[in-house]
Unconditional design. Structure first.
Length: 342
């Protein structure tokens, strides 16, 4: 019997669902779903259809959280057990967390192999405010789905990227550009070493186009998608293209300032390595020419990441979703995590 993993990425503009299965040692893509909206009802019929097609009665979901209610910290500890680390973090929570300990769900992971020095180890500490966890649990309950685990967006894209098998002597940056946030995860030696959510995304760009050009939100969204940073678009006059380009660049300049700060901070840390390549995912990551723009501004190669390319998949699923494959990076990372529990 195959084992299944289900990932549900609940965004600020749309909901993405990924279903994977493990047959012997091979992980295969079963199906995907994407619907605009932020309510369980928006995507429930799609998920029910996928479950029925695979003769499954229920889905044990892995979902995720992001934003200011979530914090990921990295700290060095003397060699000790995970329980001992948890005790130390709990005892000195104000040293590691910007929240009161009683207000968060806390987890940690010892990063074996990360910047190891004799007698020391690096630990990743993750905390999420209880109210954002409750929102996710309420969402799953409304959809009649069983919660299996709750992850963090930025760590989920790292989990998905790990399957790519990409190795580097330097650092790799993953940018998942969503509607409300951009999740940044910097990887060294195949492990996350810097994680941050930047409050700039596709909604910010759409709102700025709307104000700059004076069009309704729906038209601003269409202009963002149809023009992006392209200098020529069939059926749209040059003046409007220039205005849309300028509006997008103005928001991306704010975004770039935060990215540069993050890259500089990472490199300033002990043994921090230069960013060798940037992989971009998310709905905003498929704007026309955004890869060329980011590469020129950040001085590193940029690739629009297709997380489906390594997965054996039904042809009809690939044909349907190939053009927007970067939007599924988080949901696929969550589905991979689901398989870890199978």
């Amino acid at each position: 019997m195959p084992e299944f993993g289900f990932g549900l990425d609940i965004g600020a503009y749309s909901i993405k669902f990924a279903c994977l299965k493990r047959v012997k040692k091979e992980v295969q893509l079963v199906d995907l779903a994407l619907e605009k909206g932020t309510e369980p009802a928006n995507i429930k019929s799609d998920i029910d259809r996928i479950l029925q097609a695979n003769k499954l009665k229920e889905a044990e979901m892995v979902c995720s959280v992001a934003g200011p209610s979530v914090v990921v910290r990295y700290a060095d500890f003397p060699d000790m057990s995970e329980n001992e680390v948890m005790g130390a973090v709990t005892l000195e929570s104000e040293r590691f967390l910007p929240f009161r300990l009683e207000d968060v769900n806390l987890d940690l992971q010892i990063l074996r192999g990360a910047r190891e020095t004799k007698g020391k180890m690096q630990v990743m500490i993750v905390a999420a405010r209880k109210e954002i966890i409750k929102k996710r649990l309420d969402f799953l309950e409304a959809g009649a789905w069983t919660p299996l685990a709750i992850d963090v967006d930025a760590l989920s894209i790292a989990n998905c990227f790990e399957r790519e098998g990409v190795t580097s002597a330097n650092a790799i940056a993953l940018l998942n550009m969503g509607a409300a946030f951009t999740n940044l995860c910097i990887i060294e030696e195949n492990l996350p070493c810097f994680t941050r959510d930047i409050p700039v995304g596709g909604n910010t760009i759409t709102s700025h186009i709307q104000k700059r050009i004076g069009v309704p939100p729906e038209e601003a969204e269409e202009l963002k998608i149809n023009i992006g940073l392209a200098t020529e678009t069939e059926g749209i006059d040059k003046e409007k293209i220039t205005k849309v380009n300028d509006a997008i660049r103005e928001i991306l300049e704010v975004f770039l300032k935060e990215i540069r700060y993050s890259f500089d901070f990472h490199q300033s840390q002990a043994k921090g390595k230069i960013i060798e390549k940037i992989y971009v995912s998310g709905g905003t990551g498929i704007l026309k020419n955004i890869d060329k723009f980011l590469s020129a501004e950040l001085g590193a190669p940029v690739e629009i990441w297709n997380p489906l390319r390594i997965l054996p998949s039904p042809k009809e699923v690939i044909d349907k979703w190939q053009a927007v494959s970067p939007v599924f990076a988080v949901s696929l990372g969550l589905a991979y995590k689901g398989l870890e529990y199978a």
